[in-house]
Design a protein around this ligand. Structure first.
Ligand SMILES: [Zn+2]
Length: 263
């Protein structure tokens, strides 16, 4: 057995560390080591399944969804607030313009009273000015009415959004309590399972365990059995030379899925 091993997921050959070599030496203890590793994997994968169940818990998913809803409503609320403020500013500006036009109208009336026009042309010009002023005021007032209506609709919408957020917050708090209780019992279960796996890890050769952990970063479970001449991890048929190497207790990693294959 050479001091190199092929790691398919890295596509490189790296020298096997010296301490790893002993597992490649004696057939019997090598097989025992593989079996110990297999037993460890069984418990380790069970622990991972519990950890995944905690992460994928429906209560947790609902909790995350509710949190997103609250954040969304808060954003919406602020957006409406900005729009309402802009409308109020616009209303103020238009109100000032109305006052200005009304002042203009008063000036025209005073001018008329103090100095009535003599000619028909002057009367016509004055009337045109008055009419223009009144039209402007009417347009401004229509604009103000539109803003008031829109502003009130926005306020109603803002109220709905606030109620929505408040309800979501209530649901969130309830779900949080539920999730905490659920995850507490699951965490105890996980701790127990991790302890079980850890006890078995102590029976495995450390170098082999390192290899297991390295492979696990890429694929899980990291060990597969040899089944009918195939890697049971990915069902790839193995060349007979590889099959006999496995049967002789050699350290083989599947060239397709990267798992360690044992008999
Ligand atoms: Zn495979």
């Amino acid at each position: 057995m050479c001091g190199f091993m092929y790691l398919p997921y890295l596509r490189i050959r790296i020298p096997a560390p010296r301490d790893r070599r002993f597992i490649l030496s004696e057939g019997g203890s090598r097989m025992d080591n593989f079996e110990a590793l297999w037993a460890y994997q069984t418990e380790d994968i069970k622990a991972d399944a519990i950890a995944n169940a905690i992460r994928r818990s429906p209560v947790r998913q609902k909790l995350e969804k509710t949190r997103d809803l609250i954040l969304d409503r808060q954003k919406q609320y602020k957006q409406i607030e900005v729009e309402i403020t802009a409308m109020a500013d616009r209303k103020d500006i238009i109100s000032q313009a109305v006052e200005h036009s009304e002042a203009q109208l008063r000036t025209l009336k005073e001018r008329f009273d103090a100095n009535p026009p003599d000619t028909a042309e002057d009367v016509k010009a004055l009337m045109a000015e008055v009419s223009h002023c009144r039209d402007t005021i009417r347009q401004y007032e229509a604009e103000i009415a539109r803003i008031v209506k829109e502003s009130s609709a926005h306020e109603k919408q803002q109220h709905i959004v606030r109620m929505d957020a408040a309800n979501a917050k209530k649901a969130f708090d309830q779900l949080k309590t539920e999730y905490e209780a659920e995850s507490q019992s699951k965490k105890t279960e996980l701790d127990e399972q991790r302890a079980k796996a850890k006890a078995l890890a102590a029976t495995v050769d450390p170098a082999l365990l390192d290899e297991y952990n390295t492979i696990k970063k890429h694929i899980s479970p990291p060990i597969a059995r040899l089944t009918h001449g195939q890697c049971s991890g990915c069902n790839t048929s193995l060349p007979s030379a590889v099959v006999s190497k496995i049967k002789n207790g050699g350290l083989v990693e599947c060239e397709t899925c990267g798992r360690m294959i044992i008999q």
